[in-house]
Design a protein around this ligand. Structure first.
Ligand code: MG
Length: 277
């Protein structure tokens, strides 16, 4: 009995103190909003409802300059901050890609452990920020000039290409969904300049029988300019073929294509999109 009392009394005191604190916090909380307003569809919240949960606070990132990469927002998963390739792999091995001057660079053909570089983390619906620079001076033409690609879930490609005064087929240029959707405009910077992709990706959903319940969608900005406006994908990247879905899980890695051109990448981060409450 004695032991029990010595344990429960302090516990009760702590609980009471906590309750008092919560009550005080409720009292001190400034009153905002309304509850005498019409209900929003869904029947959960009034218009301007003061009790509706506040959005989480995120410290925004900083913008990049030609000289230096910016910082990611506080809630982003940073996949590359200019230092090392610890968040990446190629077929389970350390990548043969190089890190030079704060950038990760597609290696020359034949480099051991070259090829498509893949993040160790996997993502479903997400916001992706990528910066890239195509080789300067430029070499080659058409699809042979500064070719790489952002492969979302390892399979849905937003094309990376030097599309500055370089003719190629429309659905194969920079910021095209390769083989499917040309960008609305060509917002490419010249070779060697840093460029940005900001991509909102929604993963496809599959039914139990493997058929498509909802296709993947992409919204993308190239150098801050809207190039893809919630386009629906026919399937993964395909060359000279019609893309077709094969069912897969809800998450996959981010990958960058090695097309044999020394394209550079920096400031790579991903924010998972959480379904709204
Ligand atoms: Mg490509």
């Amino acid at each position: 009995m004695t032991i029990r009392r010595t344990l429960t009394l302090p516990a009760a005191a702590v609980a009471l103190a906590a309750l008092a604190l919560i009550a005080r916090a409720q009292q001190d909380k400034p009153k905002v909003g309304f509850q005498d307003t019409p209900m929003l569809p869904g029947g959960k919240w009034h218009v301007h409802d003061g009790e509706r949960p506040q959005p989480p606070v995120v410290t925004p990132g900083t913008a990049s300059t030609p000289e230096a990469a910016g910082k990611a927002p506080s809630d982003a998963v940073v996949l590359f901050d200019g230092k090392d390739l610890s968040k990446w792999q190629i077929h389970g091995k350390e990548p043969g890609w190089k890190v030079e001057d704060g950038a990760m660079v597609v290696p020359p053909s034949g480099t051991p452990n070259g090829g498509t570089i893949t993040s160790k983390d996997e993502f479903g619906d997400c916001q992706i920020h990528v910066e890239f620079a195509t080789p300067d001076p430029p070499q080659g033409r058409d699809q042979g000039r500064g070719n790489s690609g952002v492969l979302i879930m390892g399979r849905y490609e937003v094309q990376v290409l030097d599309s500055f005064e370089n003719l190629t087929y429309a659905d194969g240029g920079a910021s095209a969904v390769y083989g499917q959707h040309p960008p609305q405009v060509n917002a490419s910077r010249p070779p060697g300049r840093w460029q940005t992709y900001d991509i909102i990706f929604h993963a496809p959903k599959f039914k139990a029988d493997g058929s498509v319940e909802a296709p993947a969608t992409i919204t993308a900005l190239h150098n801050g300019v809207l190039v893809q406006d919630h386009v629906e994908l026919l399937g993964p990247m395909a060359f000279r073929a019609l893309a077709r879905y094969s069912p897969h899980g809800p998450k996959g890695p981010l990958a960058f294509q090695d097309h044999g051109n020394p394209v550079r990448y920096r400031n790579i981060w991903v924010r998972e999109i959480k379904a709204p409450e």
